[in-house]
Every structure is written in C-alpha cells, then in structure tokens.
Write a protein that binds this ligand. Structure first.
Ligand SMILES: *[C@@H]1O[C@H](CO)[C@@H](O)[C@H](O)[C@H]1NC(C)=O
Ligand SMILES: *[C@@H]1O[C@H](CO)[C@@H](O)[C@H](O)[C@H]1NC(C)=O
Ligand SMILES: *[C@@H]1O[C@H](CO)[C@@H](O)[C@H](O)[C@H]1NC(C)=O
Ligand SMILES: *[C@@H]1O[C@H](CO)[C@@H](O)[C@H](O)[C@H]1NC(C)=O
Ligand SMILES: *[C@@H]1O[C@H](CO)[C@@H](O)[C@H](O)[C@H]1NC(C)=O
Ligand SMILES: *[C@@H]1O[C@H](CO)[C@@H](O)[C@H](O)[C@H]1NC(C)=O
Length: 390
C-alpha cells in the first residue's frame, strides 16, 4: 500500500472514532501532510492545473505571512498575495480559496517548491489569526460562509479571512495601498509602476533587455521608496517588527520563489505574470531545490539592513516613533520581536479551547515556536495574548 493511501485510511479511521461537534461544527484533526519525494526542478503548471479565472464566490486575497525556518534570524515573511492567488487559479490549492492546513502546505510545496519549514508556519499563522482551526479551514481572501465563526463565537461573529486588515496584513506592501489610503486588496497599477522605476534604475540585464531582472538592489529601492512614501502620506503608518520582517520576506520571496528555476532569474515578464495576471508564466520552472529559510535569509537580511526605519509607527502628530522593545528574551532579535507581536495579535481566547479545538491550536502554536527557535536566544514559547473580535 502506498504511504499516501495509508494516511488517508488512517484519517478516515481516526475521524470515525474522533468525531467531535462543538457549536454545530465538526472538528477536523490537523496533521502534518506526507512529504513529497519529488522536490526537484519541474515545469509548472502541469496539464492537470490549467489557469481558470476565479468565479464570483471564489476567495482571493492579499499578502500572507509566514514564519521562517530555523537557519535564519527572521520570523515572519509575508508571502505575496500573488502566490496564493496563483496557486488557487491553477487548482494547486482549492479554486474556491478555502483551504485546510494540509492543502495549503501540499499545494505550495508542489507549485512553488517551498520547504515545509517555511509553509508550515505560514499556514499555522493563517489558521490561528484569520481562520477556523477547529474545522481546519481558512480563506485566502475575505469572509466566506464556508469558514464559520469559531465555536461559541469566542473571536467574534465572523472569521475575516487573511485579507482582513489588522492582525497581520501590513503597511508598506509593494503593490497594495495601505488600508488607510485606499484599496488594499486589488492590484494597484500605479504602485507597481513605481516599483518598475526602481527596476529600471537597479535591475540586472537579462534576456528581455537591460535592467529587466529583479535583484536585491531593486527590492531595496522599492522598500525604501515605499516606506518613505507611506510614512509621509499615511497618518496611521505602522511598521512594527513583524511588518518589517513580513515586507522584507515578501521582497525576498519575489527573488527566490518566483525566479525561473532553470535561470534563477525573476524577469519582468515573470513577475508581471505572477503579480498582474496571477498566473504561472509560460514555460516557467519551479526552484530546483526546496526554498528554505537558508535560501531566503541572506536576501531578507540585506533588505532589512537597508530600511530607512527601525520598527515603529506614526504618532498622532504624524511623527515616526520607534516601538518600545518587548520584554526579554523577545527583545533579542527582530525575529523574536515578531514572534512576540504575533502572539499579541492572536486572540487569547484560543487558550481556553477544549478537545480537538485545543489539540489543533496547540499543534499550530508549536509549529510557530519551532520556526522562531532559529533565533538562538528566542527560547521561550508564548501563548496567544491578543484581543478577540478584532
Ligand atoms: C542569528 O543570530 C545570532 C545571535 O542572535 C547570531 O549569532 C547568528 O549568527 C545569526 N544567524 C544568522 C544566520 O544570521
Ligand atoms: C545593455 O548593457 C550593456 C552592458 O552595459 C551595453 O553594452 C548595451 O549597449 C546595453 N544595451 C542597451 C540596448 O542599452
Ligand atoms: C496578462 O494576461 C494578458 C491577457 O491574457 C496578456 O495579454 C498579458 O501579456 C499578460 N501579462 C503578463 C505580464 O503576463
Ligand atoms: C526559464 O528558463 C528556461 C531555460 O533557460 C527557458 O527556456 C524558459 O523560457 C524560461 N522561462 C521563463 C518564464 O522565462
Ligand atoms: C532585553 O531586555 C533585558 C532585560 O531588560 C536586558 O537586560 C537586555 O539587555 C535586553 N536585550 C536587548 C538586546 O536589548
Ligand atoms: C478562560 O476561561 C476562564 C473561565 O471561564 C476565564 O476566567 C478566563 O478569563 C478565560 N481566559 C481567556 C484568555 O479568555
């Protein structure tokens, strides 16, 4: 018997003995999916995953966070909206945009060759902050009837989906306006055009012409320009530690995950295809080896080091003020600060769950903690202590 069918059988048996209903919902036990055996270079999409534009009820959204793996000192990476939307548009994750922990991991590993150490914590964050971890579902876009409020409505009357502002969707995105200024879900041509000005200045030469290949200097230019612009124009500009790591992670993601696996180049047409059209580029290959924290780390570190602001936010007078440091050991690194912020933005009521609900919450919290331990001093696990219903 193949390992996968053994797992399915196990899940069926387990579900049969463990059916647990809370507030009319049936709990689903979250498990680590089996690891793929084929993790090499591969053309994506394959014939089974054609592009189909989303229908009116299909959920699509914006930037998504994740936690890095052990070897690097960053915590939260914001994976761009484009990745999840593209995976959904090709059916690597469910086309309706409502996904389970296992579906998010398997689809991202297959379509983008991202390592489980990156995508596991990413999916854990999405479920804990903006999903329903009891039934093991979250929306990659907005609210959906397929993701009911948590049992007992302990986190308010609705589950927002990862596009909902506040808990982790942050300011200073490459292609979305800050929520205060305008539309933070739909692609902003004018912002992308400004990013392309940086490409024209700093980009490498490539098959499509000079200055058409995204590189670290381009991403630094984009981040510097965007943060300075938002700080000046958005009175509520917030650039906390987790948003610094998230935005820098998204920028590195563009270089390391969207690059053509055969050339390792993120060219203008490739990035245009992912960001504008949310479809895999024609004749595109995923990375030749799984993208781990060790791959993303150097790019993230270079971008973070070049940012014009340390973590902070605008005060009532529009003056940028650095955030206070969290208590030790969470003051020990940017990654550990991000971990602390993450717990501060995850509802504390999740601590008060029972049965499969608690089992799933504990599993996801452990996954986050394992990821942050790449920062050696960050050795204390946090339980969520954030407000509910926000
Ligand atoms: C991570 O941070 C520690 C100190 O906190 C440092 O010793 C180590 O070299 C850093 N690792 C990387 C990959 O930057
Ligand atoms: C592109 O850059 C190369 C090397 O700097 C230069 O020789 C070439 O003239 C440039 N091509 C165009 C079309 O500007
Ligand atoms: C986006 O899709 C349109 C319509 O299919 C196509 O004309 C355009 O070239 C695509 N753009 C990119 C950057 O792939
Ligand atoms: C990726 O690289 C291969 C090999 O150089 C090339 O044939 C293919 O056209 C490239 N794909 C894209 C989308 O640039
Ligand atoms: C973190 O806080 C502790 C306790 O206040 C302090 O001793 C330590 O120096 C701080 N560490 C950093 C990196 O600021
Ligand atoms: C957990 O439940 C107990 C008992 O109802 C309550 O006193 C406590 O405030 C709750 N804690 C949280 C974090 O909701």
């Amino acid at each position: 018997m193949k390992p996968f069918s053994t797992l399915v059988l196990f899940q069926i048996l387990y579900a049969a003995v463990s059916a647990e209903v809370q507030d009319g919902q049936t709990g689903v036990v979250i498990m680590l999916p089996p690891q793929p055996t084929d993790t090499g270079l591969k053309q994506i999409p394959d014939a089974d995953h054609p592009f189909i534009a989303p229908g009116p009820d299909d959920q699509r959204g914006r930037d998504m966070p994740c936690v890095s793996s052990r070897p690097i000192n960053i915590t939260i990476l914001t994976m761009t909206i484009a990745a999840m939307n593209t995976l959904a548009n090709h059916g690597y994750i469910p086309r309706n945009g409502i996904v389970s922990f296992e579906e998010a991991i398997l689809g991202t590993m297959e379509g983008l060759n991202m390592d489980i150490s990156i995508v596991g914590p990413l999916a854990a964050n999405a479920l804990l902050m903006r999903g329903n971890p009891f039934i093991n579902k979250f929306s990659i876009g907005g609210m959906s009837p397929l993701v009911p409020p948590l049992p007992g409505k302990i986190d308010g009357p609705e589950v927002g989906g990862i596009a909902k502002h506040g808990r982790f969707e942050g300011d200073a995105s490459m292609t979305r306006s800050d929520a205060f200024i305008g539309d933070n879900r739909d692609f902003q041509d004018i912002l992308y055009d400004m990013d392309l000005l940086q490409l024209g200045k700093f980009g490498d030469n490539g098959p499509d012409g000079n200055n058409t290949v995204f590189n670290v200097a381009t991403m630094i230019g984009v981040m510097q320009h965007n943060t300075i612009m938002y700080q000046a124009t958005d009175p509520e500009f917030t650039f906390s530690a987790s948003r610094v790591t998230g935005a820098s992670g998204a920028a590195a993601f563009l270089l390391d995950v969207f690059a053509n696996g055969t050339t390792k180049q993120s060219t203008l047409p490739i990035i245009g295809s992912f960001l504008r059209n949310q479809t895999f580029p024609t004749n595109w290959f995923r990375a030749g080896t799984p993208v781990t924290g060790a791959v993303l780390g150097p790019h993230v570190a270079a971008i973070e080091a070049a940012l014009p602001f340390s973590p902070g936010r605008n005060n009532a007078q529009g003056v940028y003020v650095a955030d206070p440091l969290p208590p030790a050991p969470f003051n020990s690194s940017l990654g550990c600060r991000s971990y602390w912020e993450q717990a501060a933005n995850t509802p504390a009521v999740l601590q008060n769950t029972t049965g499969i609900f608690k089992q799933n919450v504990d599993f996801l919290l452990q996954m986050q903690f394992t990821a942050v331990q790449g920062n050696p001093a960050c050795d204390k696990q946090l339980l969520p202590f954030g407000p509910a219903g926000v």
